[in-house]
Write a protein that binds this ligand. Structure first.
Ligand code: C2E
Ligand code: MG
Ligand code: MG
Length: 269
């Protein structure tokens, strides 16, 4: 075996072990704010893996690994369960959870989510699942059935990383989603050229024209924030306003009625 293959295999075994114990995996929460008042309105659950030997492993690495080696359903279940149990009781409009295309392909996915909501007492309309373009477009009939069953029950659906795929915007906006999240790659270029600004403005206008709400991801500067507010974005998320926070820190922020972040935003806990 080459070294890379061996390392990957080891990481796979470690992830499987981490999923069994659950202790190395943490769910952190990144706040979302209303664009107008900058009021704390929701959180996005983001999984973290604190590997005992390697340290923090990037979600981009271990989510992809989990998808490839058949562990994503187990990992996804853990995140959904913890997010609903921990954040379900918080006084916030929505709790968003990223869901992989593979999870949505399970025949009983919607049923299990509904059972979890029932068990944790969380109202369906407070849960938002984040899916990507490829999940919606290349998805199976089962995925489509799961999505419509969840939406019919009141669960919200957000289209994550909007604009990074190759599909036409008008096509995407005809899909059944409640919200789009404009990808960080667009937000990053705000203020750099008239063209990049026009693209963001057009996305917001088109989404609103079909009744879809808009969140901007990766807001890092005042200039980006001011532009996004001016073009009518509904919600903002990014390091300018807050880094992802531990559950404990979120409880403090909500208890402190921290509706407005400090000038420099909430630092990571
Ligand atoms: P995402 O769902 O688009 O989440 C946003 C990512 O951008 C997060 O990275 C967040 O920490 C980061 N971010 C937020 N604001 C800023 C900013 O202002 N600047 C910059 N540079 N980054 C910002 P993270 O936590 O590393 O997650 C990466 C990706 O991994 C997520 O992208 C999502 O696709 C995936 N992921 C994370 N947790 C889960 C999960 O529980 N399940 C699944 N299926 N995927 C997950
Ligand atoms: Mg997301
Ligand atoms: Mg995203």
């Amino acid at each position: 075996m080459s070294q890379a293959v061996r390392q990957r295999r080891e990481l796979e075994i470690d992830l499987s072990r981490a999923l069994k114990s659950g202790t190395e995996l943490e769910v952190v929460f990144q706040p979302l704010f209303t664009a107008g008042e900058l009021a704390l309105s929701g959180v996005e659950a983001l999984v973290r893996w604190h590997h005992p030997r390697v340290g923090a492993v990037s979600p981009y690495t271990f989510i992809a690994l989990a998808e490839e080696c058949g562990l994503i359903n187990q990992l996804g279940d853990l995140v959904l369960r913890r997010a609903c149990m921990v954040a379900g009781g918080w006084d916030l409009e929505t709790v968003s959870v990223n869901v992989s295309a593979i999870q949505l392909r399970q025949a009983d996915f919607a049923e299990r989510v509904m059972a979890l909501l029932d068990e944790t007492g969380m109202q369906p309309h407070r849960l938002e699942i984040e899916v990507t373009e490829s999940t919606l477009i290349g998805g199976s009939e089962t995925s489509a059935r799961n999505l419509s069953a969840l939406r019919a029950a009141g669960v919200k659906v957000a289209l994550d990383d909007f604009g990074t795929g190759y599909s036409s915007l008008s096509y995407l906006l005809r899909l059944e989603v409640d919200r789009i999240k404009i990808d960080r790659s667009f937000v990053r270029h705000i203020g750099e050229s008239a063209q990049s600004d026009s693209i963001v403005r057009a996305i917001v206008t088109m989404a609103h024209a079909v009744g879809v709400a808009v969140t901007a991801e990766g807001v890092e500067s005042e200039e980006q924030k001011n532009f996004l507010v001016a073009v009518g974005c509904d919600h903002l998320q990014g390091y300018l306003l807050s880094q992802p926070q531990s559950a404990l820190r979120m409880v403090e922020l909500i208890a402190g009625k921290a509706s407005r972040p400090a000038k420099s935003g909430f630092e990571a806990a």
